[in-house]
Design a protein around this ligand. Structure first.
Ligand code: CMX
Length: 136
């Protein structure tokens, strides 16, 4: 098990344009990329801060996970993503310890990362993502 740092924090937003304006004009960060992840039914926007990114998430469909999250809990922190080296090994280790995995195997996420989610019911209510740069 080798987690190295917080890769990003995912934040569910209702309106991407307003959210980008807040991060740029109030906090002085710069949005360096907007990317749609079709299979997750989200549009994402990224800001770098140190080794970590902020990932804004706007749903592209009323039945997507981010739309459902906002409906239940309102906008706000949606997930935390840890960078790892050896993602499959991490997942096997976590599963062996009894935590339920949403993704048993890595899949492709935004920014070309290999990613997998752990179920929030198994992780003290925090949707947790483990990710890995493809070259690791
Ligand atoms: N954080 C904490 N709890 C969450 C949650 C989140 N982000 N999303 C859902 N939940 C909770 C709900 O509140 C609900 O709890 P209760 O039963 O106590 O009400 C429970 O999980 C089930 O929620 P649901 O709305 O019925 O949704 P589903 O069970 O259909 O799906 C989940 C929940 C986590 C399995 C699903 O959202 C998922 O697979 N998420 C991973 C993928 C994802 O979130 N993609 C978007 C981001 C993509 C990206 O970053 O690129």
């Amino acid at each position: 098990m080798n987690l190295t740092h917080i890769e990003h924090i995912g934040i569910a937003v209702e309106n991407m344009e307003n959210a980008i304006a807040y991060y740029e004009n109030i906090l002085g960060l710069k949005c360096y990329k907007i990317e749609e992840v079709a299979d997750q039914k989200v549009k994402t926007a990224f800001f770098q801060i140190g080794q970590t990114k902020i990932e804004l998430l706007e749903s592209t469909s009323p039945d997507g996970p981010v739309a459902k999250f906002i409906e239940k809990k309102g906008p706000g922190i949606h997930h935390i993503a840890f960078a790892s080296t050896g993602l499959q090994e991490c997942l096997d280790d976590i599963a062996e310890k009894g935590v339920s995995l949403i993704d048993k195997q890595p899949r492709k996420g935004a920014e070309g990362l290999n990613i997998a989610f752990l179920h929030p019911k198994s992780t003290l209510g925090v949707l947790t993502e483990i990710c890995e740069h493809p070259q690791n």
